[in-house]
Design a protein around this ligand. Structure first.
Ligand code: PRP
Ligand code: URA
Length: 251
């Protein structure tokens, strides 16, 4: 069990895999150097981004006191930082450029071949952060909501560019909880012809990761935190609550 302050329990550090290791030296606490991203044991096909800026911002995002404006800014900034990892396998093409001294054959990314697909609503909060890094990317949309009783996704909208087989897709959703929404979103993309799909989220539950990887083993997951578990209502714990409501102020 976690420590308790008043009525609120504080989970021990190891229950949410977003933490770096602290060493004590006298009264000063130092962070051990750790890789900025890693594949955690038991989570094949998952990249956990451990960069200090990402971890700092995820902790601020969890804070129930964070107002809507701050929450929105943090989701945007974390999405941009995660996008750096999610785009690491983008293909490059030769690109000649005239320096002041000579012609140099450099490289260029095929930005237009990338399509980001937010799952509505909460995924919308991650779009601009990714586009800041890849302004030429196209944007598709998948509308899904989770039925509060069954926790299964209900779809209501789907629109992506036509030439799906030629594109790389990054699906955006801050939360991977039971995994139902992610599995359904990826299935819809594949039905439309998509072959290269990455799933990018901020907080993932082990249950959701396992379900998505089992249904779509070809889909790599990029996340900023792997939390302890789901509660009886299907919320991620410790989590950050309802991401859509916190982003759009509909709590
Ligand atoms: C949230 C979240 C994911 C989904 C995750 O959306 O943004 O899409 O739940 O849960 P799952 O992994 O169990 O499917 P929600 O259904 O609350 O819709 P909203 O974004 O419109 O609020
Ligand atoms: N959707 C959310 O927004 N938060 C959760 O914890 C689970 C699903």
């Amino acid at each position: 069990m976690g420590r308790s302050t008043g009525s609120r329990a504080i989970a021990p550090a190891h229950t949410a895999i977003e933490h770096r290791t602290f060493r004590s030296q006298g009264s000063t606490r130092h962070l051990d150097t750790v890789p900025t991203q890693t594949t955690p044991p038991d989570f094949d096909g998952v990249t956990l981004v451990r960069h200090p800026l990402v971890q700092h911002k995820v902790t601020r995002l969890r804070d129930r006191a964070a107002p809507t404006k701050l929450f929105k800014e943090l989701v945007d900034e974390i999405a941009m930082l995660l996008a750096y990892e999610a785009t690491a396998t983008l293909q490059l093409e030769p690109y000649p450029v005239d320096t002041p001294l000579e012609t140099h054959i450099g490289v260029t990314v095929q930005g237009k071949k990338l399509t980001v697909v937010p799952i509505l609503r909460a995924g919308l909060g991650m779009v601009e952060g990714v586009l800041r890094l890849v302004p030429g990317a196209r944007v598709g949309h998948i509308g899904l909501y989770r039925d509060h009783r069954t926790l299964e996704p209900v779809d209501y909208y789907f629109k992506v560019p036509g030439d799906a087989a030629d594109r790389a897709f990054i699906v955006l959703d801050p939360m991977l909880a039971t995994g139902g929404s992610a599995v359904a979103a990826v299935a819809s993309l594949k039905k439309a012809g998509a072959e290269r799909i990455t799933f990018m989220c901020i907080v993932a539950a082990p249950e959701g990761i396992r379900r998505l990887r089992a249904a779509h083993p070809d889909v790599h997951i990029i996340c900023a935190a792997i939390d302890r578990e789901l509660n009886a209502q299907g919320y991620i714990v410790p989590g950050l609550g309802d991401a859509g409501d916190r982003l759009f102020g509909t709590r």
